[in-house]
Design a protein around this ligand. Structure first.
Ligand SMILES: Cc1cc2nc3c(=O)[nH]c(=O)nc-3n(C[C@H](O)[C@H](O)[C@H](O)COP(=O)(O)OP(=O)(O)OC[C@H]3O[C@@H](n4cnc5c(N)ncnc54)[C@H](O)[C@@H]3O)c2cc1C
Length: 439
């Protein structure tokens, strides 16, 4: 059955939800997601969300972000993100997000690449706290509907403008959704990699669809490997050991239980050091020791990490845990401007799917939740300006549903397109890529 909405948002992670909440109550918003609404990478975020603490920190925060990104970042995007961070944090608090506090004051933690603690957190489950609260707020809004277990298969265009999408619903039926504006908030592409911290269903679909429609992409080979995930022989998603564990004093050790690097360097550098050490030791992991962190701190700040380690048979309050790098984050994506506009009219992209250049070649820890929400808000503000002047056009002549009947074939095609695009870009950056360790 065909549907029609003012704004269509594909994805219910932090970027999509925050975007949806910006629209006036007179604007019809439809959100769709491949899985249950709470199955997004945003839920998995552990460490936290950066915030500019005071004016004095501006230069250092800017420099930390640029240094982590190998100075390939878009400076204007970095400035917008940092300058908007206090407002975003306040908006989240107003929605009901409960950040940890010391007394009445917000508490801050530190992660690799940060020259001072500036990360807001909620225990080690900041993503669940932020995204869960946003989802509760969205569910209360009468103008926003969520369609779960609905997969976007393609966009519908008149050649220049995006007019909606083709969706496969939970019952397997295909339908069209017509929209005045479409926002991709589809996350990254970790599901394409064998070892990744991401949900398996996050597979870069929007990137493949963009490529098929000649929508501009950027730095598709800029893929971040997280240095520390819990080593496991079980199949499935890798469990992240947040960088803030190292920020609070955990150290990396080799086979002889000796330190071999500075644990608080940016992620790509620590990853390279770990890989080198694994080769020297001829081991599939290195050790992480939390010995220096008081037991009470581990229990209060990292309860979920503690629980997961215990489930895997390690007690980090008493012994080292084995850790290994895994695919984690996508810095590249669909090229967008400072208002998240893509190269196709009426199509926006926000969050991990988009590339506004804020992360450069390597993301600074805890900048992504913030970035997702800052630029989702800007997308919504621009869409709101145009919405009353935009009408619906006929779309039945723009799409033929027969081409989508082989959904599995289409998914395989999309996967191939994205992997080939990564490889092509990698070759273009030959000699400068730091993601050689393919996961
Ligand atoms: C383990 C882990 C820990 C992290 N820790 C932190 C942290 O501490 N701080 C930080 O800032 N960042 C962290 N990140 C990164 C951060 O969580 C994500 O980058 C960010 O939240 C991305 O949000 P998003 O809304 O763009 O995408 P996601 O939250 O990944 O949501 C993507 C959505 O798109 C939907 N979707 C995808 N394709 C389709 C399709 N074809 N049809 C329909 N729906 C589709 C998915 O179902 C999902 O709802 C972490 C990530 C992981 C994996």
């Amino acid at each position: 059955m065909a549907k029609r909405t003012d704004v269509l948002i594909v994805g219910t992670g932090a970027a999509g939800l925050f975007c949806a909440l910006q629209f006036s109550k007179q604007t019809d918003v439809l959100m769709i997601t491949k899985e249950d609404a709470d199955k997004s990478d945003s839920y998995l975020a552990q460490g936290g969300m950066c915030m500019l603490r005071d004016e004095e920190d501006y230069e250092k925060y800017f420099e930390d972000t640029m240094r982590a990104g190998h100075y390939e970042n878009n400076k204007a995007s970095v400035e917008v993100m940092i300058r908007s961070s206090r407002d975003i944090a306040q908006e989240l608090i107003d929605y009901g997000v409960d950040f940890n506090r010391n007394g009445g004051e917000l508490a801050f933690t530190r992660e690799g690449g940060h020259s001072r603690p500036r990360i807001l957190f909620h225990e080690d489950a900041t993503g669940r706290e932020i995204t869960g609260t946003l989802l509760e707020n969205v569910r209360e809004r009468e103008n926003i509907a969520i369609l779960e277990h609905a997969t976007m298969l393609d966009i519908i265009t008149d050649g220049k403008k995006c007019c909606g999408i083709v969706v496969q619903g939970a019952d397997g039926e295909l339908c069209t959704v017509q929209a005045k504006y479409t926002v991709f908030a589809c996350g990254g592409l970790g599901g394409l990699f064998q070892h990744s911290t991401n949900f398996r269903h996050i597979t870069g679909d929007a990137i493949a669809i963009a490529k098929c429609h000649n929508i501009e992409l950027e730095h598709v080979d800029y893929i971040q490997i997280h240095p520390t995930t819990l080593y496991s022989e079980r199949p499935g998603r890798r469990f992240l050991i947040s960088e803030s564990v190292r920020g609070e004093g955990a150290v990396l050790l080799n086979k002889k239980k000796e330190r071999f690097c500075d644990e608080l360097l940016p992620r790509d550098i620590v990853t390279a050091e770990i890989k080198k050490q694994m080769e020297i030791d001829n081991m599939p992991y290195v050790w992480l020791s939390m010995e220096k962190i008081p037991k009470e701190e581990i229990e209060s700040h990292f309860p979920n990490i503690l629980k997961q380690c215990l489930e895997e048979g390690y007690d980090p309050t008493k012994e080292c845990i084995p850790v290994v790098p895994a695919q984690h984050y996508f810095m590249g994506g669909i090229k967008v401007n400072l208002f998240s506009r893509t190269s196709m009219e009426h199509l926006y992209a926000v969050g991990e799917t988009a590339c506004n250049g804020v992360h450069g070649k390597n993301r600074l820890a805890s900048n992504s939740l913030l970035e997702s929400m800052v630029f989702a808000k800007r997308a919504a503000s621009e869409i709101m300006k145009g919405i009353s002047e935009t009408g619906f056009i006929r779309i039945d002549n723009l799409v033929s549903m027969e081409q989508y009947l082989d959904v599995e074939g289409l998914k395989a095609k999309y996967k191939k397109i994205v992997l080939e695009e990564i490889e092509r870009e990698r070759k273009g950056h030959e000699g400068t890529s730091d993601i050689e360790g393919k996961c």
